[in-house]
Design a binder for this molecule. Sequence first.
Ligand SMILES: *Cc1c(COP(=O)(O)O)cnc(C)c1O
Length: 435
Amino acid sequence: MKFASISHPEKVVSFRDALFTGLAPDGGLYHPVDAPDLSGIVPTLERLPSFQEVAAESCAALLSPEMPADQARALARRALPFSPVLRRVDDRILLLELFHGPTCAFKDFGAQFLAAAMEALLPGETGRIHILVATSGDTGSAVAHAFHGRANIDVVILYPSGRVSDLQEKQLTTLGGNVHALEVQGSFDDCQRLVKEAFQDGTLRTRLRLTSANSINIGRLIPQCLYYLFAGTRREELRGAAPTICVPSGNFGNLTAGVYAWQWGLPVRRFIAATNVNDVVPLYLGSGRFDPRPSARTLSNAMDVGNPSNFERLKEIFQGSWEGMASRIEGRSVTDSRTLETIRAVYAAHGLLVDPHTAVGYAAAEDHLAQGGEEQVIVLSTAHPAKFSEIVSKATGIVPEMPERLARCLRLPKQALLMGATFRELSEFLLNSFG
Ligand SMILES: *Cc1c(COP(=O)(O)O)cnc(C)c1O
């Protein structure tokens, strides 16, 4: 697989270069130059019983010959020891639970694979690299856990003081070792600005090897294709038919990964792009007009995105054709009150607790089926209900049981360096620690 920036398709780079650069030098997103063809291995994948084997075979097919097939298989197995769970809810709806990783959200798939791939592909002679990320909560915890303890990599995470949940803060600040948490007295936008300034600063660029790990990195998208390849090839669970897949979406990385898997040969009947009231993509799918706007706050806050960055990639997959995209992806948006009602109703009918992001997807799937959809719908379940305990208990009266790996975090002491939102303070910290 080779990659190129969407705006300069002639400047082709390797997987490794795309991984370590993150964003192309022209500021564009990396995108596969020639879509790989996996249709030949789909029958093989159908026979593989575990997610790890599906992931290993798919990675071997995708990453070789740049990475030898055996090395690609080993990377997939090492990076992703946890599995998605496909759970049937009723005759029409299945949940694909993606929260069985270390931080209990689907972002673990992308972050863990990115970290393992960087560790594997980091050339010995370069010395240590320094990952710098700004987070509003969930991305940072997945990245912190993924890079914790990796050889020759330091991670610095900037988060806005007082603006992340207690659980998110503990997930960011209790690891120690090569994970450094900076508690910034400012907003998430301040954190992002500081990271941007650091990447542009001449002194830091010569004294350190700064690298990003944010959600636009192709190394986070590729592993997300793997759980679609797993779920879409469970013939027995799917009763032999190609499923419709419903994806709760914010920045649209998750949906883009699914559409890649389909483009590369996985049978998928249709996708549903489910959003909260931040519905610029559903509106585009209906009208052909893309009008980004500032995001509104909702209960499914990891999807509060007003200008989704992966929209560029989706457009590229369909070669800019609105008709093409709209014939394959159906857009649906869901209000907060409907989200709460769905959490309540799913619990009442099935005894299952779902988090607010999953509930948005579930409600969208119900609406699709109510309008005459005949098929099976897989709804991606993106976070463990215990991560959004307050909202879930408000809707159902039940407090979700906390997995031990989250409970353990809460018991550990916070270790974070409090700093003002100034570039001077960030720069001093980086040079003193690593320079
Ligand atoms: C990040 C996130 C999403 C949105 O995923 P995108 O790839 O940004 O569309 C949905 N649910 C949860 C729980 C998330 O953390």
